[in-house]
Design a protein around this ligand. Sequence first.
Ligand code: NAD
Length: 335
Amino acid sequence: MRILVTGGAGYVGSVTVERLVEAGHAVVVVDDLSTGHRASVSPEATYADLRYGDVHAMARLLTDHAIDAVLHCAAKSVVPESMADPALYYHENVVGGIALLDAMRSADVRRVVLSSTAAVYGMPESSPIPEGAPLRPINPYGATKVALEGAIESYGAAYGLRSVRLRYFNVAGASERNGEAHDPESHLIPLVLAAAEGGRPVTLFGDDYPTRDGTCVRDYIHVLDLADAHLAALEATDPADPRTGPPDASAPSVLNLGTSDGYSVREVLDAAARVVGREIPHRMGPRRGGDPAVLIADAGRAGEVLGWHAGRTDLDEVIGSAWEWRRRHPEGYAA
Ligand SMILES: NC(=O)c1ccc[n+]([C@@H]2O[C@H](COP(=O)([O-])OP(=O)(O)OC[C@H]3O[C@@H](n4cnc5c(N)ncnc54)[C@H](O)[C@@H]3O)[C@@H](O)[C@H]2O)c1
């Protein structure tokens, strides 16, 4: 397959590109490096320094490279930033995303996999969360993903676009080559590892939640498992593949990606302490608004539809891979 990956210089995108290349696919990466790193792009992939919302340039690129399928991984994805600057999020994630779909229409590319998020569910009433749970995002980031998912569904029904929309839970870990290096960083595991290296102590936002130790529980999915799921999802968009039927709200083309299990913030700190061999400096803080106590995927449908299951569910293994990557790249991508 010839696959175009937007955001292939980002955390999830770069690891997924590695996996696609390894599986023998030809990959074109589109990334404007706004939050990504040129050095993270697989040398085997073709790189284009472009914005995916540039409809004419994208249509040309899709045609020139005879692209079969698009993996749309690029997005703005920092919740507090989305609350401070919703215009940026709607322009990038929604307006830009629709421009990408229009470029695909004009280049007659009819297969897409979208990186979506558990943030579409907002504050779920129960956990594990199935795909049919109500979509009630509580921040602009989640709302823009709901909007783009909806546009893909409508384009599917009207223009024959075959899609898989993947709702990730908390992505973590690293491959040998690529890891998580956001600036600023907002994800727990890299913050914990930075604290272990002498950075700022980690703040635990609330220890009075109705969970086993009072801290929030999240479903951490290894980025290598996620990469495997993308490969399967891209294959499933083949018109000859029965797995992506006619798109509608209940069709199996919307899939949660998680482990169907969760760890608390304290359990993450304990696991990280085991991995690095010392205590993680931390302090208690008050609850943050908009943090559900528990966010765990019901990922059963991804198993049924794609035959995919998260295989790297041991938290020490997930954190260990992120720690190894940091040790091998002490300067991140700057070195
Ligand atoms: N990391 C997570 O835990 C997580 C969880 C749920 C969903 N997601 C989704 O997964 C996707 C990837 O997340 P990530 O953590 O790898 O983010 P990231 O910021 O590391 O990667 C995003 C990439 O997209 C590029 N990009 C952004 N806007 C662009 C534009 N207009 N044109 C071209 N390139 C552009 C950035 O430079 C970056 O390389 C996002 O869509 C995000 O919403 C991530």
